[in-house]
Design a protein around this ligand. Structure first.
Ligand SMILES: NC(=O)c1ccc[n+]([C@@H]2O[C@H](COP(=O)([O-])OP(=O)(O)OC[C@H]3O[C@@H](n4cnc5c(N)ncnc54)[C@H](O)[C@@H]3O)[C@@H](O)[C@H]2O)c1
Length: 257
């Protein structure tokens, strides 16, 4: 088993990609702290994990004080953190004018300040808050660590809405800066940039928009959460011990860069 006795935190682990990552980590021997803004879904994930000692925590990653309290609780339960996956994220926000995108093909001019800011609060501030608290624990233990941040093909090639693409590009910048700063401490930081993955988030994309994307994908299918989980296991295991500050994009060939 590749992650035996490692303590892993997976944010947004109550659904989709985060749930699959928690399952893959547990199958590789890790003890997993599953956090989600919907605490009941985090509990459901934990109940289905193989092995013992996993725990669920209700946490909104966009709240700085809330994240501090959650990592204190994780530290009290597990005594350290070896792995963090910053997976929690949204692709729509209240007031982002998404209905207008469907009607007019434009989002920028219809988006409210709040709609844009809320996206950054969850998708970017959340990564910052969780990374900061996890890294404090990693530095304390002097055992190194591994962080994986969920960006997207939207962060690479702007396939996606303006606020989502901006947030996922920011995640890549944060990933690289953290990798540079933390490498000397044995902490590796990498990003995943999934293509279209079959989760509740992608289920909300209209079929009319999905079909041409699949047609333009050389592998002619959407991805499964397990495709991303396998890549996450690689990025936090010893197999990738010389990999930091990079992104890996399981996307079926839709985006090549
Ligand atoms: N599904 C895709 O096609 C796709 C593609 C590229 C990137 N991603 C990224 O992968 C990650 C997971 O996406 P998914 O498809 O599994 O989505 P999902 O909607 O199935 O799961 C996201 C999870 O994050 C949680 N969450 C939302 N806001 C939160 C908050 N403020 N605090 C804590 N938890 C919160 C949700 O409750 C949910 O459990 C996201 O960062 C997403 O942007 C997804």
């Amino acid at each position: 088993m590749r992650l035996e006795d490692r303590i892993a935190v997976v944010t947004g682990g109550g659904s989709g990609i985060g749930r699959a990552i928690a399952q893959a980590f547990a199958a590789e021997g890790a003890k997993v702290a599953v956090t989600d803004v919907k605490g009941d879904t985090a509990e459901e994930t934990v109940a289905a994990l193989p092995g013992e000692g996993h725990r669920a925590f209700e946490n909104d990653v966009s709240s700085g004080p809330g994240v501090v309290a959650t990592f204190e609780a994780i530290d009290a339960q597990f005594g350290r953190v070896d792995i963090l996956v910053n997976n929690a994220g949204v692709d729509k926000t209240p007031g982002d004018g998404f209905d207008q995108l469907m009607k007019t093909g434009m989002l920028l001019v219809h988006m409210s300040d709040e709609g844009f800011t809320r996206m950054l609060e969850i998708n970017v501030n959340g990564v910052f808050f969780c990374s900061r608290e996890a890294v404090k624990l990693m530095l304390r233990e002097k055992r190194g660590g591994a962080i994986v941040n969920l960006s997207s093909i939207a962060g690479l090639s702007a396939q996606g809405t303006v606020h989502y693409a901006a947030s996922k590009s920011a995640v890549l910048g944060l990933t690289r800066a953290c990798a540079r700063e933390l490498g000397p401490h044995g902490i590796r930081v990498n990003a995943l940039c999934p293509g279209v993955i079959d989760t509740p988030m992608a289920a909300a994309i209209p079929e009319a928009a999905i079909k041409p994307l699949v047609g333009a994908t050389p592998l002619r299918r959407v991805g499964q959460p397990e495709d991303i989980a396998a890549a996450a296991v690689y990025l936090v295991s010893e197999e990738s011990s010389f990999v930091t500050g990079q992104w890996l994009s399981p996307n079926g060939g839709l985006v090549m860069c």
